[in-house]
Design a protein around this ligand. Structure first.
Ligand code: NAD
Ligand code: SER
Length: 337
């Protein structure tokens, strides 16, 4: 909104404020998968920036999450193509954030369904944008698009991508389709390859990086954590505040700045379980951890250690605010166990 206010300097103050009001009323956002780890915080931020009525939260769960009752909520199943199309067209939705998906660990247990859910919903939304019903789309990718043959350290934006998980394959295919719809049909699609996200507002939903959230709850109660990854497994991670800011900043950036229509690399911090435990011990000296790797170790072993996000920095001014130390302090202050 501030950008609109500052851009139209030839108008007087009242005219510029009117323009902002018109913009707010024209913008109608739908977040699909709003009840999840990212969706809950994203809806709260969008409503803070654009008003409670601007953003419709939706999820396959029929109950509106408690934190989201200040604004509209609708039960929607992204697999119900006709229902989703009807809702978006009838309600004059202008932007969609499509978050519904199976994450890496859950997807490995049900590959057929994961492929179906992660791909079909994307086509429904891409087609609506192609037909002119949507102005903009956000669809998240992941560090899971990379694989064991990818350079592990400061993984570049453009590099070898041979994912070995069904989740990674679906994200890589999704990226290719996003770029295709942007190039062939002029769809304004924006995307980020999120690292593992760390937050306390809403629980994570079945990823390989979930250990880095659970550890905070167990550190507080009972003070002991059994980690499903080995102590030296380094992964790229990010505090949720950074991820939400990046998402909305990317979506609000002028279209001409968005040079990459597949998905942007994004970096926050990176650490191993042992390093995270040692940072937690600075606050809770009695905290203890043991390592019992399970099937998720193979998934983590196929992903990068750290990410080079220089394209996001150059194109739309991305900069992380949270290193590991600051993230750990915030988590321990806010987690209620
Ligand atoms: P989540 O599992 O916490 O939330 C997903 C939400 O989608 C849930 O509330 C679920 O009820 C809903 N949902 C599931 N099936 C649905 C359907 N058929 N129709 C409508 N809603 C449905 O996931 P998240 O962590 O919030 O992730 C959101 C997106 O971000 C996903 O695409 C995920 O791949 C991506 N991502 C997440 C992370 C992370 O660390 N959380 C990292 C990289 C990418
Ligand atoms: N955090 C996600 C997962 O572990 C990465 O996409 O699945």
């Amino acid at each position: 909104m501030l950008k609109i206010y500052l851009r139209y300097t030839h108008l007087d103050k009242k005219e510029r404020l009117n323009l902002c009001q018109i913009y707010i009323h024209m913008k109608k956002v739908l977040v699909i998968g709003a009840g999840g780890q990212i969706g809950t915080e994203l809806v709260l931020e969008l409503r803070k920036r654009f008003g409670n009525q601007s953003t419709i939260a939706s999820d396959i769960k029929d109950e509106c999450p408690k934190l989201l009752t200040e604004g509209p909520f609708v039960q929607l199943d992204i697999m119900d193509k006709e229902g989703v199309r009807k809702f978006i067209i009838d309600q004059n939705v202008t932007e969609v954030y499509l978050l519904a998906a199976l994450l890496s660990a859950t997807a490995e247990k049900n590959p057929d369904f994961a492929w179906k859910l992660n791909m079909e919903g994307l086509f429904t939304i891409l087609d609506l944008a192609k037909e002119g019903y949507l102005k903009k789309i956000f669809w998240p990718s992941s560090i899971a698009v990379f694989g064991p043959t990818t350079p592990r350290e400061r993984t570049p934006q453009y590099t070898i991508m041979e994912p070995t998980t069904v989740y990674g394959i679906s994200k890589q295919a999704g990226e290719r389709w996003c770029e295709y719809y942007a190039n062939k049909h002029g769809v304004d699609i924006r995307s980020i390859r999120y690292p593992g996200l760390i937050s306390y507002t809403s629980a994570p939903g079945g990823g390989t990086t979930d250990y880095a959230v659970d550890i905070f709850y167990k550190a507080k109660n009972p003070g002991h954590f059994e980690c499903f990854l080995k102590e030296d497994t380094r992964l790229p991670m990010m505090y949720m505040d950074d991820a939400i800011r990046a998402t909305v900043d990317l979506m609000e950036a002028p279209a001409e700045n968005i040079k990459i229509r597949s998905s942007y690399n994004l970096s926050g911090c990176d650490f191993t379980p042992a390093e995270l435990a040692s940072e937690i011990k600075k606050h809770i000296p009695t905290f203890s951890i043991v390592y019992k790797p399970d099937f998720r170790q193979a998934i983590a072993d196929s992903w990068p250690d750290s990410i080079d996000d220089s394209h996001a920095q150059q194109d739309w001014g991305w900069k992380t605010n949270f290193d590991t130390e600051k993230m750990v302090s915030e988590m321990l202050e806010n987690v209620v166990a």
